[in-house]
Design a protein around this ligand. Structure first.
Ligand SMILES: *[C@@H]1O[C@H](CO)[C@@H](O)[C@H](O)[C@H]1NC(C)=O
Ligand SMILES: *[C@@H]1O[C@H](CO)[C@@H](O)[C@H](O)[C@H]1NC(C)=O
Ligand SMILES: *[C@@H]1O[C@H](CO)[C@@H](O)[C@H](O)[C@H]1NC(C)=O
Length: 422
């Protein structure tokens, strides 16, 4: 009994934090203006957007607007000129997709020697970087206003997989004239790909290779108690919070994000503390020598978290309690209305017939090894499944580590090359 009570307490406590945070979101003094940030010493890279930041390091990027079938306006970036590629671009194009609460910027925050967007375009691949609905680059709609219409925020990985990923694939193929592309998805970026193949299998055929980095499916074994408590609080409190007008969570420019941005950009002590927070989030021993540099920490807090819907966070809470990779659970009665069955249907993981390279970490506190192995056992076409050979390779290391060039990029490059015609 005590266990249950303790749990409820945690859930309520975190919910309270979520509520508080949601409320201050639109105070007039937030977000802090760019000029002020510059004048008080924020690192420049934490303030620049994708196009500006890549240009600073000698890369040229284009911005593209993509409109989904259900009217969401998404922003994609394409690196058209890399600093170190002087040959013709290899084909077909590569689409790189971020994870939950991230944006395209996560692929450049660790700088030109480590950011995957830089490494991939330096290897002469035609790189496109996506942004899913609800983050600060893709917070638009043809007729819904995200600040006023709750309807805008009624999405979770289902809609991202059914609408956003197909819209981006179609756009890239139409723009480049290719029939297929190669797809790299980090965390949720793979989860939404699995949803797409399950619900719109014809799109699976437009991809010739899936590189899956720390893939999301079910999250039964997630060790991170912060992530677990937070998402389960979102699940339990969703209807209450919605009643109070909270539909969007952890967006850029709101209180928590600005707070960490302000705090973490400062002294050595603050930076160490912020690094420790990331470790605690991942449930790894904070005394280990992290592979995310202090400089990267100072920069990433300018772009993270990037915002999503409360509903999506709630789905993550559910995914930690189920043995299958399932659709949203609305409760028995409502499930009958929505799905015609008391239990939500499972996604058809076998429908992801694309050849898959999977790369995952032993000490990933968010996507546990056991859940990755479960997923790999269900996928029909796994080429290779690689556990990163580094002690304490965590979830956040995938986008932010200073060592991606030695750890995960060689394998990514090997497979991209195999699935490329020159
Ligand atoms: C990025 O910054 C540039 C220059 O300030 C601006 O023109 C562009 O609209 C910005 N892009 C996005 C997607 O915010
Ligand atoms: C970050 O800075 C702290 C304090 O100066 C230092 O102890 C630590 O080793 C640094 N971490 C990294 C990964 O560079
Ligand atoms: C799942 O997808 C596979 C491959 O497309 C198909 O053969 C199978 O019938 C599907 N299963 C269900 C339950 O729809």
């Amino acid at each position: 009994m005590t266990l249950i009570r303790l749990n409820t307490f945690n859930v309520l406590f975190v919910s309270l934090v979520v509520v508080t945070v949601g409320y201050v979101k639109r105070t007039p003094w937030l977000p802090i203006r760019r000029e002020i940030k510059t004048s008080i010493g924020y690192p420049e890279d934490s303030i620049l957007n994708f196009t500006e930041l890549t240009r600073k390091y000698g890369y040229i990027s284009e911005e593209h607007r993509v409109i989904t079938d259900d009217g969401y306006i998404l922003t994609m970036f394409r690196i058209v000129k890399a600093r170190n590629c002087h040959k013709k671009k290899r084909s077909p194009p590569v689409l790189l997709m971020h994870g939950l609460l991230l944006s395209s910027d996560c692929w450049i925050d660790s700088g030109p020697n480590a950011g995957l967007a830089y490494l991939i375009s330096d290897a002469c691949y035609d790189l496109w970087v996506g942004n899913v609905r609800g983050n600060y680059y893709s917070r638009g709609h043809v007729h819904l206003n995200p600040d006023k219409n709750a309807e805008y925020w009624k999405f979770y990985i289902e809609e991202i997989g059914i609408y956003d990923v197909p819209a981006m694939i179609d756009y890239v193929l139409a723009h480049t004239g290719f029939e297929k592309l190669n797809y790299i998805g980090f965390s949720q970026g793979t989860g939404t790909f699995l949803v797409m193949c399950s619900e719109r299998p014809e799109y699976c055929d437009k991809v010739q290779l899936l590189i899956s980095l720390a893939p999301v499916s079910r999250q039964l074994n997630t060790k991170s108690w912060i992530f677990r408590t937070l998402t389960q609080a979102c699940d339990q409190m969703e209807s209450v919070l919605s009643m109070y007008g909270i539909h969007e969570v952890f967006s850029k420019g709101e209180f928590t994000q600005e707070f960490f941005g302000f705090f973490c950009h400062q002294s050595d002590v603050a930076q160490r503390l912020c690094g420790t927070i990331i470790d605690v989030f991942e449930a790894v021993d904070p005394s280990h020598l992290g592979s995310i540099t202090n400089e990267t920490t100072r920069i990433l807090v300018g772009h993270f978290p990037s915002g999503t819907s409360l509903h999506n966070m709630a789905w993550y809470g559910q995914s930690m309690k189920t043995r299958k990779f399932m659709k949203f659970n609305y409760g028995k009665k409502q499930n009958l209305v929505v799905y015609g069955s008391e239990q939500p249907p499972a996604y058809n993981v076998s429908a992801t017939t694309v050849p898959v390279l999977c790369i995952y970490g032993n000490d990933d506190g968010v996507v546990d090894v056991k859940d990755v192995e479960w997923l790999m056992s269900k996928l029909p076409n796994v080429l290779e499944s690689v556990k990163v050979d580094v002690r304490l390779w965590t979830h956040m290391d995938v986008p932010y580590s200073q060592y991606t060039g030695d750890t995960i990029f060689p394998k990514i490059n090997e497979y991209l090359y195999k699935y490329t015609k020159v």
